[in-house]
Every structure is written in structure tokens, then in C-alpha cells.
Design a protein around this ligand. Structure first.
Ligand code: PPS
Length: 303
């Protein structure tokens, strides 16, 4: 089912952004041009931030967090598309979609906010207010594959170019939101300084119930057994992919053309094996070791 959530944008194909550097991090020009507004955003102490590198399971976590806060009430969680229920802090575009901050400012507390910003660009007010943050990190190879397909479909990011070009740009950190390596290491290092719950996509896949319980505890919510079961079910890939309020089909094709690739594409661990050549995998592993070898942040082996 496709809901007509943005009738005014139905026939529009929006301009893709250029990337501009902000403190050496490539971001869409719309974001950089509105940076003062993002930087000066005033967080409230009970705001909950969900932070991920793109394509690492943020939508999944948005749905989980909303389901927890609504005590598993499926109808309440269908009140609006996920990008309205948990807006993206730094979202700006050059059409009349509401900005992330406009949406957040209309929300009742406690507010749930998503960001793909690296830690150093997160507005200071979040830490001044001692806000909690949930991080989801996904292994680099699957993030890269998912990001490539997303660029093919979504006009809110630049054209991907050919796979081999995108592959190089990702390794060099020349993609929207910058280096995957710096992003995950930055949040990892911050986890002991702030109230941060650091989770892995692969762990949620392995045992969603266990990870959902960690999130509920972090949110200080006690859930009945049947509610936990409901949340596990409603946040599964199978259910979310057919839920128009979670799968982005509410966006017109001029913004996200899901005929090219679905937003809920595969939702698997290890899909990179269907994309990387043997030579690419060797290059990637060697580069990965140089970037991550010294870090205590270890991803599950997806070789
Ligand atoms: S975005 O656009 O950056 O906000 O994307 P993000 O939501 O962070 O990541 C999208 C990928 O997460 C997958 N996904 C899921 N996987 C498993 N279970 C559930 N419920 C789920 N929901 C979303 C989604 O399919 C994208 O991964 P790929 O590998 O492309 O399928």
C-alpha cells in the first residue's frame, strides 16, 4: 500500500544535493547551509537520541524505541511515518518537506530524535543536558553495500556512480556523513563519557529479544511479557517491510524510487558477499586493519 503522505511532492523529482565539507565531514549542501540552526539546537534532558552511521539499522531502532515508548501499541506506532515519529535532527532539503528541527519542536516530551552525525558535530546541548543516546553500529561491508543501493534510489544523497567508484569513495570517507571508520570509533570512544547504549546490528539480528530488553532497560521501561513478544514481532524485518509507516513508501518516487531498490532491501548480515569481488575484499580488509586495528571496537567477524 502506498499512502499519499506528500501530495504536493507527487510529481516532483528533487535535485540531488552536492556534498560540502563541514569540519572535514562531507554533508549535503542543504545541511551545511543551515548548519547554525542545527548547531544551536536546544536539547531537553529527556530527549533520547538514536545515532548511527547511515544504513546501520537506525530505522529499525526508531521503530523499536517508538514501540517501547507506546507499550507495543501497534496503532499508535502507525500514527505517522517513522521519519515524523522520530525525526532526523539535521534533515534539510530544497523542497518543502518539513525540516527535522521543525518536526522535533512540535513534539511532546520525551522526544525521540535520530541523527547520522558523527559525535563531534552533535549539538553541544545534548551533552549539556546529559541526554541519553542509543548507538547502532553495523559492520562496514554490509553498511557499504546498503549505502550503495540507497544512493541509487534516494535523491536526498548524490548519485552513487558505479559500484567500484562508490566502493573507493566509502573507504576514503568521501561519502555523505564521512568516514565510516571515524564515525563508529568516535561514538565508541564517547560511550564512557555520556549516557550511551552502544548496540550492534548483528546482535539485534541474532537475538532481537535480548537487545530490545537492553533498550527498554535503558529507557527505564518495564514491559509485560506479551508486550515484549509483540515488539519483537512488530520490529521484525518481515513486518516492517510491509508497514508503510516504517518502510518509506510514503515518500514519493521523486525523492525515493523504491522501484530501483527497496528501502527495506534485505535486512541481512553478510550480503556484502554478493557484491565484493575477491580483490575488493582483500583491499578492503587491508585498509580496514589500518583504520580499525588499534581500536578496541571489534565487529563480529563477517568473513
Ligand atoms: S538510513 O537511510 O541511513 O536511515 O538507513 P538505516 O535505517 O540506518 O538502515 C537501513 C538498513 O537497515 C535494514 N533494516 C532492517 N534490518 C533488519 N531488521 C529490520 N527490522 C530492519 N529494518 C531496517 C534495511 O533493510 C537496510 O539494510 P539493507 O542491507 O539495505 O537491507
Amino acid at each position: 500500500m502506498e499512502l499519499d503522505y506528500h501530495p504536493e511532492l507527487r510529481d516532483l523529482t528533487i535535485r540531488r544535493p552536492q556534498l560540502k565539507l563541514l569540519e572535514d565531514v562531507p554533508l549535503p549542501d542543504w545541511v551545511v547551509d543551515n548548519w547554525e540552526t542545527v548547531k544551536n539546537f536546544q536539547a531537553k534532558p529527556d530527549d533520547l537520541l538514536i545515532a548511527t552511521y547511515p544504513k546501520s539499522g537506525s530505522t529499525w531502532m526508531q521503530e523499536i524505541v517508538d514501540l517501547i515508548s507506546q507499550n507495543g501499541d501497534v496503532e499508535m506506532c502507525k500514527r505517522a511515518p517513522v521519519y515524523y515519529r522520530v525525526p532526523i535532527l539535521e534533515f534539510f532539503s530544497d523542497n518543502n518537506l518539513p525540516t527535522g528541527i521543525e518536526l522535533i519542536e512540535k513534539m511532546a516530551s520525551p522526544r525521540m530524535i535520530k541523527t547520522h552525525l558523527p559525535i563531534q558535530l552533535v549539538p553541544k546541548s545534548f551533552w549539556e543536558q546529559d541526554c541519553k543516546a542509543i548507538i547502532v553500529a553495523r559492520n562496514a561491508k554490509d553498511s557499504l553495500v546498503s549505502y550503495f543501493h540507497f544512493h541509487r534510489t534516494c535523491h536526498l544523497v548524490p548519485e552513487p556512480g558505479a559500484w567500484r567508484e562508490f566502493f573507493q569513495r566509502f573507504m576514503n570517507g568521501k561519502v555523505n556523513r564521512g568516514s565510516w571508520y571515524d564515525h563508529v570509533k568516535g561514538w565508541w570512544e564517547a560511550k564512557d563519557k555520556h549516557r550511551i547504549l552502544f548496540l550492534f546490528y548483528e546482535d539485534i539480528k541474532e537475538n532481537p529479544r535480548r537487545e530490545i530488553l537492553k533498550v527498554a532497560e535503558f529507557m527505564e521501561k518495564v514491559l509485560e511479557e506479551d508486550v515484549i513478544e509483540k515488539i519483537v514481532h512488530l520490529s521484525s524485518f518481515k513486518v516492517m517491510k510491509d508497514n508503510p509507516m516504517a518502510n518509506y513508501t510514503t515518500l514519493p518516487t521523486g525523492i525515493m524510487n523504491q522501484n530501483i531498490s527497496r528501502f527495506m532491501r534485505k535486512g541481512e548480515v553478510g550480503d556484502w558477499k554478493n557484491h565484493f569481488t575477491v580483490a575488493q575484499n582483500e583491499d578492503f580488509d587491508e585498509h580496514y586493519e589500518r583504520q580499525m586495528g588499534h581500536s578496541s571496537l571489534k565487529f563480529r567477524n563477517v568473513l
